[in-house]
Design a protein around this ligand. Structure first.
Ligand code: FAD
Length: 301
């Protein structure tokens, strides 16, 4: 594997993208304040000319951002031409409540749902489905498909979901989500491209034919990424810790380092045949914009 990785990296030119060669999507979270809403909106406007195939808005734990997610998605639908995707989870809601949210989205012209199980609302404990709710993401997809013919994206885990007994069980679960009607899986963030390639190979071997798009997380704050990685099981390579050492008080240098790391990862993914990328923007445009630029993407006139 190391040989294969080294080979790919050597063969990949520094600016590998060809015009029109790649497709991107961007993920945002619902803003908590007017100021954050402005930042989000500026980011949407900055990234829109890159012609993303969709932008998505996350759903807070336990449905806590239900209204704010809805408002952000509605604004994207009414003020831009970008297809909007709404994240939706099963947490702390009955089937009827979740169905109602989905019906409203459909009526407002939202055709794409990122269907997720979600996590226990307290952040810690283990997940338990609501007694009258959807059991998991696959169950939610089946329900959504009965409401309308939504396009559905789901989550996938190159480093295995922490709740999963093993890799195979996790792949079986992913296959169930495709079988229930998903068209695409977006991965949890990761920092080792080879781990994505292995996952892609294993998914294919497990009979999964749907699209698997890497979720790219440009590092805004290394401490925050360490925290998130601990929760979701993403490994942080040793070299990365070294690269961010001493940059806490140097935001500009940190941003250059972040862009370099993410661009290098995307370059390797591209060399390995990846043509679709999903960016966890954290509502900031510049890093994602720079990485897309390095991948060859240019704003549409
Ligand atoms: P599922 O696919 O239902 O599975 C979760 C785990 O349970 C897997 O390990 C699976 O193998 C196991 N499992 C499920 N069903 C069974 C079964 N019948 N038998 C045995 N094992 C089973 N969270 C939010 O709260 N809001 C968001 O907006 C959000 N967006 C996300 C976007 C992306 C791209 C990603 C990767 C994650 C996102 N998450 C979000 C996090 C997600 O909710 C958590 O990772 C959650 O723990 C699992 O959700 P899931 O949809 O993958 O669950």
């Amino acid at each position: 594997n190391q040989m294969r990785e080294a080979q790919r990296a050597l063969e990949a030119p520094l600016f590998s993208g060809l015009p029109g060669d790649i497709e991107v999507s961007f993920e945002f979270f619902p803003p908590k304040s007017e100021k954050m809403a402005q930042t989000l909106w500026q980011s949407v406007e900055t990234l829109a000319p890159l012609d993303p195939r969709f932008v998505s808005v996350t759903y807070g734990a336990g449905g806590s951002t239900r209204e704010r997610t809805h408002a952000a998605v509605r604004r994207i639908v009414s003020e831009t031409d970008i297809p909007a995707a709404a994240h939706l989870t099963c947490v702390q809601a009955t089937r009827e409540e979740v169905d109602q949210v989905a019906r409203e989205y459909w009526e407002e012209g939202v055709r794409h749902i990122v269907a997720l199980r979600g996590d226990a609302p307290d952040g810690g404990g283990s997940y338990a489905p609501h007694p009258g709710g959807y059991q998991n993401a696959a169950d939610l997809i089946a329900g959504l498909k009965q409401i309308a013919d939504f396009e559905i994206s789901v989550a996938a885990y190159p480093e295995v979901h922490p709740d999963s007994p093993d890799r195979q069980a996790d792949l079986d679960n992913l296959k169930r989500k495709f079988d229930a009607g998903a068209t695409r899986a977006i991965t949890q963030f990761f920092f080792d491209p080879e781990c994505f390639f292995e996952f892609r190979d294993k998914a294919e071997a497990a009979g999964i034919e749907g699209e698997i798009v890497p979720g790219v997380m440009p590092v805004m704050s290394f401490a925050a990424v360490q925290r998130m990685s601990g929760l979701c099981g993403t490994a942080i390579p040793d070299w990365m810790e070294g690269l961010f050492e001493g940059l806490d008080e140097r935001p500009e240098a940190r941003q250059l380092v972040s862009a370099t790391i993410a661009a290098e990862m995307c370059r390797r993914l591209y060399a390995g045949g990846v043509r679709q990328f999903h960016f966890y923007t954290l509502n900031r445009a510049e890093l994602s914009y720079a990485i897309c630029h390095m991948l060859g993407l240019r704003p549409k006139a």
